[in-house]
Design a protein around this ligand. Sequence first.
Ligand SMILES: [Zn+2]
Length: 467
Amino acid sequence: MRRAHIGVCLALVLGVVAADYGRDRDTGEQASPGGVGYLIRNASLILTMDPHLGAGGSLGQLEHADLLIVGDRIAAVGANLAGPDGVRLIDGRGLIVMPGFVDTHDHLWQSLIRGCAADDDLNGWLNRCVFPLNTSPFSETDAYAGVRLSTTGLIDTGVTTVVDWSHAFNPGFVRGNLRALTDSKMRFVFAMLGAQSDGSDIIAAKQEFIDGNPLATLQVAAHPTPFLATHVADMTAVAQLLGVKLHVHLLENISQVAEDPLGVLQAAGAFALGRDLYTAHSIHLSDANIATLATLDAAVSHQPLSNMRLASGIMRYPDIEAARIRIGLGLDGGTNDTTDAFNNMRAAVGLQRAKSFAPNASPTVAAVLRAATLGGAEALDMENQIGSLTPGKQADAIVIEPHALTFAPLLRTVNQIVFNGQPQHVQWVFVAGRALKEMGRVQGVDQGELLKAAQIATDNIAPALQP
Ligand SMILES: [Zn+2]
């Protein structure tokens, strides 16, 4: 019965999409910037991440299948699909197709401080590499250069949605940050640390850069620590006013346990946000803290590479997952020193195994692939838009070429995506049906100029940093 019901639902979804497509054609609208869309034909493996589309449980695996992108959406997935006139064909033989990665917590300007403070923990690293910039000039141009470098690296690795927790050092920085995010053509969530207690700066940024961009979403950022309690209360009120998520760092370093950040959030009224409370790191959670987050229906973003680098600890992934808390993966900027989403998945898997001696500890390969895509979308409450290759959703997808020295030969392809994947294996990246990486090359940027601008920016801010 259930299977039949799903079949009917699917047919309805496909029917609706086909009808919408027809309307697009009738009005002569150009469906996607590059033309009508893309038909990836006869891919060796498609991970739809939709358990109703394909085998393998949550992965939704289809072998020798096609993916049709029309306009900004997934139009269909399955065998022997026909594309509309003008669709661009991609020969999928030998290739892997899956949803783009969702990077649920990052600080994009921090590509400018890669390598800073090699042997410090979080507090030492902040003191040397981040806090000095609160009082030194950080220009719009420099912010733009750093964020553009990061977004280009993220596209290269197959990230299609990024959540940027912005330190928003000054108004010029905010403009440079948001201009670069906009120009990247990625889907982005901008979590802004407001400087004005009434949120007027956040509202101004929202009106100028978020409201008119269908790829953009706003969050409000805060850092729950006792000496910032008033600011946390202000930012909570702004998040409530705007109906957006409050995105906080939570219990990243063990020294923060004594500060009782969840108590700070509760006193600030942030528990009233419930599902709109969004916490990064969340490493040193007690059983009671996990129960609190579960009761609130808060989400957690996990940064394994960064946590390793800063000796922060290992998040209690299996316990948080068992409490049915939504978990996404995040890269966390300069503290992982790369923008490699594959490396981040490996770290998420490896840390739990190293800690528990259990080779099947959560996240497994299947679970980490889900966390890196649909799980991240769920943490953001964007799972109706992105995270799986379900017809009707936004066409945020990547194509992996596995015939590489560091990936081939194929034996257990799904496992190899996690254990062998690297950014250079990603051949195509689509966001809302637009190809941001094409035939292995990120589009729309001169990489030589990009690197030159980033070096100038780093040279500008470097004098403020501690040795
Ligand atoms: Zn962070």
